[in-house]
Design a protein around this ligand. Structure first.
Ligand SMILES: [Zn+2]
Length: 457
């Protein structure tokens, strides 16, 4: 007899808890397509129109203790640490959101974002677009936060690959060159997180992540495009409904190219549909996340740059390149540092982990991280589901794994150093990160995760 009131009390307590203890989520989007005639990249060309629109989208998550994060997906190629720091500070101030993750899809048919008033797109219209885009990003974070409502979350994964590893080795001289390496490492899946409204029992947002350069759109096309991530989001919406906000996050796609490389807009849309279908399968197979606790951790370390060439090699290079202004400029910078007995500057590396108990973790990194990092995180992060972003909150080129960095001058575009001119020699670091960067990255990432328990399953 006495059990009944106690049981009722328990029920009331539980129901009070469950409505208050839920994770709340909100989502929003705004179009940010630059007008025709603006310079798009990469490579640089003046756009003459729009193939498909670019968006800023946000998924906002908060728990009952006020822990919160704004996860922003941008159909843009990149932004510097300076731009991201300033924008995140503005969001903190105007939207009262402490943690913002700005992920750049890295689409090569878009533009780069610059700091307010200091656009990287040179003309007046370009700077207007830049500052308007910054406003749009702030607005989607504010709107997503305003829309936040109790949700249930679920996470899943499905097999898919829209690209291949792009590093091949010349068996003759051991040099790495760019091509299609079907046997090389890649991230063969899409990860999804779905927020279902408790009010409507329908999904209000889908966060999905895959790792590959959005370079299926040809660099000769003068039409703005979100490339395959845009088409994937569209496919998800075609099935789940147009009111579902689809936020794409670019994974560790530094050494993965979408396939077929620089082919056609149609091929990019086809790859996107395939990624969208795989995401829908992952959504269908997803498992609920029971925890009501959200935590966000971050850390910053410095990745040292590879040592400068010795004086002898530098003298040889200066003789060889004496008629090449651009290369001589770099060589003189190196010469100055050597004279001063200095090392090239290191790369800033900020990592974040957004954790839902032991069930889900989004790990984010800046730069163009090699896919091996994502594979390593998935194997070692002690969570049931993982999701990984690179290209987040800042950008300063490629971060390879030590095995590739150790190739030195033979390392190819992402890793090569003098006497070979890889893509990294032209950065302010005058070369790639030093061998040993991989250990520093892995140590920084592991410091974010709980270490007291083994993975829950
Ligand atoms: Zn890239």
């Amino acid at each position: 007899m006495n059990f009944r009131p106690i049981f009722l009390t328990c029920l009331i307590t539980l129901s009070t808890l469950s409505s208050h203890a839920r994770i709340r989520a909100g989502a929003a989007e705004q179009e940010i397509t630059p007008r025709a005639r603006l310079e798009i990249q990469h490579y640089f060309r003046k756009s003459i129109g729009v193939r498909d629109p670019l968006f800023a989208r946000c998924l906002y998550l908060e728990d009952q203790l006020g822990n919160a994060v704004a996860i922003v997906g941008l159909d843009l190629i990149m932004a510097s640490f300076e731009t991201c720091d300033e924008l995140r500070a503005e969001i903190r101030e105007k939207c009262e959101v402490k943690h913002t993750l700005l992920n750049f899809s890295h689409t090569h048919a878009s533009a780069a974002l610059g700091p307010r008033g200091r656009s990287t797109v040179s003309n007046d219209e370009g700077s207007r677009w830049n500052d308007r885009t910054l406003d749009s990003i702030i607005a989607v974070v504010a709107e997503a936060r305003k829309q936040a409502e109790p949700v249930s979350l679920r996470a899943g994964r499905s097999s898919v690959q829209v690209g291949f590893n792009r590093r091949l080795t010349n068996t003759g001289n051991g040099h790495v060159f760019m091509g299609v390496n079907r046997m090389g490492p890649a991230v063969p899946w899409v990860n999804v997180l779905v927020a279902d409204s408790l009010r409507t029992s329908k999904p209000l947002a889908v966060l999905f992540e895959h790792a590959a350069h959005p370079v299926i759109v040809p660099h000769t096309s003068k039409l703005t495009s979100a490339d395959f991530p845009g088409a994937a989001g569209k496919r998800i919406r075609d099935v789940l409904g147009s009111n579902v906000i689809t936020v794409f996050g670019q994974g560790c796609g530094g050494n993965i190219n979408g396939f077929p490389l620089r082919s056609t807009h149609e091929k990019a849309e086809e790859a996107g549909r395939r990624l969208g279908d795989a995401s829908l399968k992952a959504i269908e197979d997803s498992r609920p996340i029971a925890t009501s606790m959200l935590s966000v951790k971050s850390t910053t370390v410095t990745l040292p740059s590879a040592p400068l060439p010795d004086r002898e090699l530098l003298a040889e290079m200066m003789d060889l390149e004496k008629n090449n202004g651009g290369r001589m400029k770099q060589l003189r910078r190196i010469q100055n540092l050597i004279k001063q007995g200095k090392q090239p500057p290191g790369r800033r590396f900020d990592a974040h982990a957004v954790m839902l108990g032991r069930e889900w973790c989004l790990t984010t990194m800046p730069h163009e991280m090699f896919c091996q990092y994502e594979l390593w995180i998935d194997k070692h992060a002690p969570f049931r589901n993982t999701m990984t972003f690179a290209f987040t909150n800042g950008y300063e080129g490629y971060v390879a794994v030590d095995e590739a960095l150790a190739l030195g001058a033979r390392g190819g575009y992402e890793v090569g150093r003098l006497p070979n001119w890889g893509g990294q020699v032209y950065t302010r670091h005058l070369g790639p990160p030093a061998v040993g960067a991989e250990k520093i990255v892995k140590k920084a990432l592991s410091s974010l995760w709980p270490s007291d328990l083994s993975p829950s399953e």
